[in-house]
Design a protein around this ligand. Structure first.
Ligand code: CMX
Length: 134
């Protein structure tokens, strides 16, 4: 596994517009992009902090993973994403170590990254994402 840095921290919110105001007006961070990821049923907003991003996530459907997470656990940190080189090799390695994968192969995520998730039941309760620039 070759992790270079924390690519982003995903935070589940009920209302992304209200949350953006907090990050901008209170923390003084700049929202540099927003994007809807239809596949994941989320609207996202991004803030850069050093080389790490904060990704706000609002569900676009009551059936989406973020809506289900908020229903169960409330708003808060939803996932941790690591930047890797060699996404498929990393997934193969993780699988060989008996960690449960949600995605066996990379797929397109926000900002055009190739992404894959590891199941929180295998990763000490933290939904873990591996990302690679295409
Ligand atoms: N962090 C930690 N635990 C989580 C979790 C999360 N984000 N989401 C779910 N869980 C836990 C639940 O609490 C539950 O635990 P218990 O069995 O102890 O109650 C267990 O995982 C199963 O949860 P569930 O509500 O039954 O949900 P599902 O099994 O249907 O799905 C998961 C869970 C993680 C497989 C699903 O949310 C998933 O595939 N996530 C990956 C995709 C995703 O989250 N996309 C949104 C972000 C997209 C982006 O960043 O672009």
């Amino acid at each position: 596994m070759n992790i270079s840095h924390i690519e982003h921290i995903g935070i589940a919110v009920k209302n992304i517009d209200e949350a953006i105001k907090y990050y901008q007006n209170v923390l003084g961070l700049k929202c540099y992009a927003t994007e809807e990821v239809a596949d994941q049923k989320v609207k996202t907003a991004f803030f850069m902090v050093g080389q790490t991003k904060i990704e706000l996530l609002e569900s676009t459907s009551p059936e989406g993973p973020v809506a289900k997470f908020i229903e169960k656990k409330g708003e808060g940190i939803h996932h941790l994403a690591f930047a890797v080189t060699g996404l498929q090799n990393s997934l193969d390695e993780v699988k060989s170590k008996n960690i449960m994968l949600i995605d066996e192969k990379g797929r397109k995520g926000a900002e055009g990254l190739n992404i894959a998730f590891l199941h929180p039941k295998s990763t000490f309760g933290v939904l873990t994402e591996l990302c690679e620039k295409p």
